[in-house]
Design a protein around this ligand. Structure first.
Ligand SMILES: Cc1ncc(C[n+]2csc(CCOP(=O)(O)OP(=O)(O)O)c2C)c(N)n1
Ligand SMILES: [Mg+2]
Length: 366
């Protein structure tokens, strides 16, 4: 199969979903031999989900979308301080991966992390209260948007240093190997972070020791205000592991069916002891880099085109109505349930008290 993504193929189109490989062979039958890894083949046919899976994906993605919209409003009202990076537009990536994962698989990501927390099953009240710096927050109001963890849900943050989570996520995979379990570390990072040096040190160790880690590169086309084409010599991120014999795929990250199917392929590869795997999820963030970014480095038309033609939630909604004959009423019920959760989290995060001053002296190294 052809290796290179054509420059004109926009992220989030079917044309952009390709493997990085020269030899097309399923990871199920492939192996990492002397001549390098066999490559995963993404099917030319779009995979299908069941009705229940589509409904569940719709709800999960909508929860992230509505939660983020509310967080944006609360930031505007001055209720949230510090940094706040919204995930709106990228929901199909983490939701598809979670659908393909199993209990005990770990997640770790950067600062654009609220979606990952909700998809991991963390409580909306606890996440929102952390954003507002209240005591009911996941870090008792001391961490804010970029610094939340939940060992119970296997969510390991929340990291403000670009690329730092990649070596930590590789360490989580090492722990799985060491303990002899068959869990996989889902290590997420951006297109910008993919140019960081420690990413390649991590790739080397993961391939050498065949660690069960999926490097999920969320290519949303920009690193702050810098377009991928201005910052990256190799814009096909699925190829970034080639010199370490790590297979990779480019995936339409706006289509939940593709992210889920790619997640299954990658997890099967990792769980069967073949080592790391790279998924370049071609996605798009609708909002600025953070709340303080007016996003003047791209046109309104570019954003509008993605929203109208590739929105991950609208795609599922359309299929539910047209193909699965789900009624508008049923979808309205889901919408209302999601809105209730988000409204309750906002209420909680507004009224919960701030941490007691004595908290200044807890959770620190003395
Ligand atoms: C080591 C380091 N260098 C620079 C920064 C500043 N910085 C924060 S986010 C960012 C861009 C990262 O972009 P990308 O990896 O594409 O992730 P995205 O924000 O698009 O999700 C930069 C340069 C940082 N936080 N850490
Ligand atoms: Mg980016």
């Amino acid at each position: 199969m052809a290796a290179t993504r054509t420059k004109s193929a926009p992220a989030g189109t079917k044309a952009a979903t390709k493997t990085s490989a020269a030899t097309a062979k399923s990871p199920r039958s492939g192996s990492v031999g002397k001549s390098g890894p066999t490559r995963a083949s993404s099917s030319s046919k779009t995979p299908t989900l069941t009705r229940d899976q589509e409904l569940s994906a719709y709800r999960e993605m909508l929860l992230i979308r509505r939660f983020e919209e509310k967080a944006g409003q609360m930031y505007g009202m001055g209720l949230i301080g510090g940094f706040c990076h919204l995930y709106i537009g990228q929901e199909a990536v983490v939701v598809g991966m979670q659908m393909a994962s199993k209990a005990g698989d770990q997640l770790i990501t950067g600062y654009r992390d609220h979606g990952h927390m909700l998809a991991a099953g963390m409580n909306a009240n606890g996440v929102m209260a952390e954003l507002t710096g209240r005591r009911g927050g996941y870090s008792r109001g001391k961490g804010g948007s970029m610094h939340m963890f939940s060992a119970e849900k296997h969510f390991y943050g929340g990291h403000g240093i670009v690329g730092a989570q990649v070596s930590l996520g590789t360490g989580l995979a090492f722990a799985n190997r060491y303990r002899g379990n068959d869990n996989v570390s889902l290590t997420y990072f951006g297109d910008g972070a993919a140019n960081q040096g420690q990413v390649y040190e991590s790739f080397n160790m993961a391939a050498l020791w065949k660690l069960p880690v999926i490097y999920v590169i969320e290519n949303n086309r920009y690193a702050m205000g810098t377009a991928v084409t201005r910052a990256s010599a190799q814009t096909d991120f699925s190829k970034r592991g080639l010199s370490f014999n790590i297979p990779g795929e480019q995936v339409d990250g706006m289509d939940i069916r593709e992210t889920y199917a790619a997640g299954l392929r990658a997890m099967e590869w990792c769980r069967s002891g073949k080592g790391p795997y790279i998924l370049e999820m071609q996605t798009y963030r609708y909002r600025g880099h953070s709340m303080s970014d007016p996003a003047k480095y791209r046109s309104k038309d570019e954003v509008q085109k993605m929203r109208t033609e590739h929105d991950p939630i609208e795609q599922v909604r359309e299929r539910l109505l047209k193909e699965w004959k789900v009624s508008e009423e049923e979808l309205k019920k889901i919408d209302a349930g999601v809105r209730d959760i988000v409204a309750e989290s906002a209420e909680f995060a507004t009224n919960d008290p701030e941490p007691d001053p004595s908290e200044l002296w807890t959770d620190i190294l003395k």
